[in-house]
Design a protein around this ligand. Structure first.
Ligand SMILES: *[C@@H]1O[C@H](CO)[C@@H](O)[C@H](O)[C@H]1NC(C)=O
Ligand SMILES: *[C@@H]1O[C@H](CO)[C@@H](O)[C@H](O)[C@H]1NC(C)=O
Ligand SMILES: *[C@@H]1O[C@H](CO)[C@@H](O)[C@H](O)[C@H]1NC(C)=O
Ligand SMILES: *[C@@H]1O[C@H](CO)[C@@H](O)[C@H](O)[C@H]1NC(C)=O
Length: 585
C-alpha cells in the first residue's frame, strides 16, 4: 500500500463539530516518511487475536413489533418505584450482574452493585445520589439491551476506581508525582502515572475523545485527569467514586491552548528533532501528545508499540485530540489482547464506556427528563432524526429534505401520507410515533411536521414531530447551548429508531449511548440528494475520522482498514475506521 494514496484521503475536509459549521480543511503535511529509528517488534498477537474473539450476544434489531413491547415495559418501569416492580419485571434479568469471579477481584468488587440501576454492575456504588440524579435514574428511561459488559471490564473498572482514588488530586501519590513535574526530568518509577485530557473542540467530539483517553488510561494503568475547559463541570457528573477526575486548578501546566505540534514537549516534534529515543538517559517528566486531526506522521507513531514502550516511562502525558481514536488502539499488538478480553463484543466499546463515564449533571438531566415526559413518553415508538449539514451552511435545503424523506419512507421508519385525498377516513390504527428532530435549522422540522399535519398517513399512524432547539449556527463556547446540545444527544439516545447524518459526532454519541445501529444519511455532494439516501450502520461504534495508515513493523504505508476483521472503513467516511462485530456482517 502506498502512503500517498492515504495522504490524498487525509487531505479531504475533516469534520469537526466545531465553530460555525465551518469544516477545517487540512492539507496533510508532506513530511516524508524518512527512516524511523525504531526497532520493529514482531507481533503475532494480531493473528492470535482473530482466533480469540468470541461473540456472546447478538444485537437485537429494534423491529416495530419489539418496540411497542419495549415501550410498554418502559412505561411500567417509569411508574415503578426504583428497584421495586422493576426488579420483578421480565427485563430485570437483563440487568443481573454477571458472576464477578475474576481472580484477585475480591478487594474491589465487594460493593453491592447488582441492581438494575447500576446497569449490570457497570456503575459503582458509593455516590451521593442527589448530587447526580441521572446516574441512578437513567435506567428508568433506557430499554434493556442484550449488550452486557464483560466481567473482565467490570473487574478493570473497579480496579481503576481504586487506582484513581489512591492517585487522585492532592493524594500523597499525586503530590509526589507532581514533584517530578517540577523537576526537569524523571528518574524513579512512580506508583501513579497520569494522562491529562485537554478540553478541545465541539461537545460531540469531546465526549468521544474523553472516552478514548479513558480507555487508553485503562490499558496503560494511568489515572485520567480532565481539564475542565469552560463547561465540563456544568455538563457532567464525576464518574469515579470518592475522588475527582478534574485536573486541579493549581496544576502547574495550564496554557493548554498554546500546546500544538510545534511545542517543545510535543512527542512527535521531539522524535522528529531526534530529541528523544529509547537510549535517552533521562526522559522528560511530561510529554504532550498531539492527536488532533491535523497531526503529522511523527505524532501518529503514538499508535506503534515501540513508542508505547517509551511513553510508559513518562509519568505525565498531556493529550489533545478531537478524534475517537479507539479503533487504532485495537491495532496496537500490546493492547489487542487486553481489548479482546475487555470487549468480547467489539462494537460495544463506546456503548459501555459512554454509559459508564457520561452522566448528565442535574441541570442537564432536568432538560432531558422534562422534555421526555412532555413529548416522547406516551408515544408507541420514538424516532430520532439527527440532521447535520457540513460545508454549505445550515439551510434548510430542498435536497436535504428530499433525502431525509427518501430515507425514512424507503426504510419504512415513517409512514407515507395520502396527498391526493383530503377526506378523513376512520382508522383502527391508533399507533403513535413521536419524531425527535435535532438540527441547527428549524426548516426541516417545519416541513416534516406540516406534512403530517396537512395530510393523513396511509396507515393511519399518528405522527408528532418535535424539535427542542434550533440555534442556526453552532456556538461552541456558549454555556446554555452546550447544556442543550448534551440534552439533545441524550434524548436521541432514548429513541427506538435513529437516523443520523454522515460525519456527525453528535450522532455517534447518541447511537453509542443508546445502543442503536442508526440509518446513516449519506453526505450530499454537489447539492443533490444521494442515492441511495441512507444505509444501516454496520455497528453502533463511532468512526475514527483521521486514523494513521502506517505499518509500524514494516515501516511503510498500509491500509489499516483491512488488517483485522473487526476494524473496517466507516460507512460515512471511506478513509475512517470503526469497530464492528465481524461475525454479523
Ligand atoms: C525501546 O526498547 C525496547 C526494549 O527495551 C524495545 O522493545 C523497543 O522497540 C525500543 N523502542 C524504540 C523506539 O527503539
Ligand atoms: C498535597 O499537597 C497539597 C498542597 O500542595 C496539600 O494541601 C495536601 O495536603 C497534600 N496532600 C497530602 C496527602 O499530603
Ligand atoms: C538519542 O537521543 C539523544 C538525545 O536525547 C541523542 O543525543 C542521541 O543521538 C539519540 N540516539 C540515537 C541512536 O539516535
Ligand atoms: C455538479 O453539478 C453540476 C450540474 O448539475 C455539474 O455541471 C458539475 O459537473 C457537478 N460537479 C461535480 C463535482 O460533480
Amino acid at each position: 500500500m502506498d502512503m500517498k494514496r492515504y495522504r490524498g484521503h487525509l487531505a479531504a475536509p475533516n469534520p469537526i463539530d466545531h465553530r460555525n459549521d465551518s469544516v477545517s480543511r487540512v492539507a496533510e503535511r508532506k513530511s516524508g516518511f524518512i527512516t524511523m529509528k525504531i526497532m520493529g517488534i514482531l507481533c503475532a498477537c494480531l493473528m492470535i487475536l482473530s482466533v480469540l474473539i468470541t461473540f456472546s450476544a447478538i444485537y437485537r434489531e429494534t423491529s416495530s413489533g419489539g418496540v411497542s413491547g419495549f415501550a410498554e415495559a418502559r412505561s411500567v418501569e417509569m411508574k415503578a418505584k426504583e428497584g421495586n416492580v422493576v426488579r420483578e419485571s421480565a427485563e430485570a434479568g437483563d440487568f443481573k450482574m454477571q458472576a464477578e469471579k475474576v481472580p484477585g477481584s475480591e478487594d474491589v468488587s465487594s460493593r453491592k452493585i447488582d441492581s438494575p440501576k447500576h446497569f449490570g454492575g457497570l456503575l459503582a456504588a458509593g455516590f451521593d445520589e442527589a448530587s447526580c440524579l441521572s446516574r441512578y435514574q437513567s435506567f428508568l428511561y433506557r430499554k434493556a439491551l442484550p449488550h452486557k459488559p464483560s466481567s473482565y471490564l467490570l473487574y478493570r473498572l473497579r480496579k481503576y476506581e481504586a487506582l484513581h482514588k489512591r492517585c487522585g488530586p492532592y493524594t500523597t501519590s499525586y503530590n509526589k508525582t507532581l514533584e517530578q513535574l517540577k523537576s526537569s526530568h524523571t528518574n524513579d518509577p512512580l506508583e501513579c502515572n497520569y494522562i491529562v485530557w485537554i478540553s478541545f473542540s465541539g461537545l460531540g467530539n469531546r465526549i468521544l475523545t474523553l472516552a478514548s483517553a479513558f480507555l487508553y488510561a485503562l490499558l496503560t494503568n494511568r489515572v485520567l485527569l480532565v481539564d475542565r475547559g469552560t463547561d465540563m463541570t456544568d455538563l457532567f457528573c464525576e464518574p469515579f467514586p470518592e475522588t475527582s477526575w478534574l485536573l486541579p486548578m493549581d496544576f502547574p501546566l495550564h496554557q493548554f491552548d498554546s500546546f500544538d505540534q510545534k511545542s517543545p514537549y510535543c512527542y512527535g516534534n521531539m522524535l522528529k528533532n531526534n530529541a528523544i529515543n529509547n537510549s535517552t538517559g533521562s526522559l522528560p517528566p511530561f510529554l504532550y501528545l498531539h492527536l488532533v486531526h491535523d497531526y503529522g506522521d511523527y505524532d501518529k507513531l503514538f499508535f506503534c508499540d515501540q513508542d508505547q514502550t517509551l511513553l510508559r516511562k513518562v509519568p505525565w502525558l498531556i493529550m489533545k485530540t478531537d478524534n475517537y481514536f479507539v479503533p487504532s488502539l485495537f491495532l496496537v499488538p500490546s493492547f489487542a489482547k487486553q481489548l479482546s478480553h475487555l470487549f468480547p463484543e467489539k462494537e460495544t466499546v463506546f456503548h459501555h464506556l459512554g454509559r459508564y463515564l457520561f452522566h448528565p449533571s442535574n441541570p442537564v438531566w432536568g432538560l432531558i427528563t422534562r422534555y421526555y415526559h412532555a413529548y416522547l413518553e406516551k408515544a408507541d415508538e420514538r424516532v430520532g432524526l439527527q440532521i447535520r449539514i457540513f460545508d454549505i451552511g445550515t439551510g434548510p435545503f430542498q435536497h436535504v429534505l428530499d433525502q431525509i424523506l427518501a430515507c425514512t419512507l424507503k426504510e419504512k421508519l415513517l409512514p407515507e401520507v395520502n396527498v391526493k385525498e383530503s377526506i378523513i377516513r376512520p382508522s383502527a390504527n391508533k399507533r403513535s410515533k413521536a419524531v425527535l428532530m435535532t438540527s441547527l435549522s428549524a426548516g426541516y422540522f417545519e416541513k416534516i411536521r406540516n406534512m403530517y399535519w396537512e395530510h393523513q398517513t396511509v396507515n393511519g399512524e399518528v405522527i408528532a414531530v418535535y424539535q427542542p432547539s434550533h440555534e442556526e449556527h453552532q456556538q461552541t463556547q456558549k454555556k446554555m447551548h452546550n447544556l442543550k446540545a448534551w440534552a439533545e444527544m441524550y434524548l436521541l439516545s432514548l429513541t427506538d429508531v435513529l437516523v443520523t447524518s454522515s460525519w456527525s459526532t453528535f450522532g455517534y454519541v447518541a447511537q453509542g449511548l443508546g445502543g442503536l445501529k442508526p440509518w446513516i444519511l449519506y453526505k450530499p455532494e454537489n447539492r443533490t440528494a444521494p442515492y441511495p439516501p441512507c444505509r444501516r450502520a454496520m455497528s453502533m461504534e463511532p468512526c475514527f475520522h483521521a486514523p494513521p495508515f502506517y505499518d509500524c513493523k514494516a515501516k511503510k504505508g498500509i491500509d489499516t482498514g483491512a488488517l483485522v476483521p473487526h476494524v473496517k472503513h466507516c460507512e460515512d467516511m471511506s478513509w475512517g475506521l470503526k469497530l464492528v462485530n465481524h461475525d454479523e456482517l
